[in-house]
Design a protein around this ligand. Sequence first.
Ligand SMILES: C[C@H](O)[C@H](O)[C@H]1CNC2=NC(N)=NC(=O)C2=N1
Length: 109
Amino acid sequence: MNLTAMHCQAQHGKSPLDATRQQQHLSALPGWEIQGIELVKTFRFGNYYETMAFVNALAWIAHQEDHHPDLSVHYNRAVVHFSTHDANGLTLNDFICAAKTEALLNRPA
Ligand SMILES: C[C@H](O)[C@H](O)[C@H]1CNC2=NC(N)=NC(=O)C2=N1
């Protein structure tokens, strides 16, 4: 499934994905972990400017997809937490946004 080509959909009243599906999607997302009802990754950078550039690019994805991560922002790292409040758990939206976040940083060889 090419998550980067997909778009988030409203999840109000929907159920979270089951654990098997969560693990399937997780296997395509290096460095991401499931912590309870959150999909989490720490992104490390060389300085505050680079960290903030990443956070701003991520904010644009969140705006486009209407799906918003919790963030903790530090001098040289940002910790990204995706979860779907409307489903009280992990839905495809979280994996789509994680994949789009990865794609921000994957430069062509
Ligand atoms: C109405 C609006 O689309 C919803 O409230 C969206 C907004 N952003 C969201 N972000 C996240 N992380 N989870 C949601 O359930 C969610 N719902």
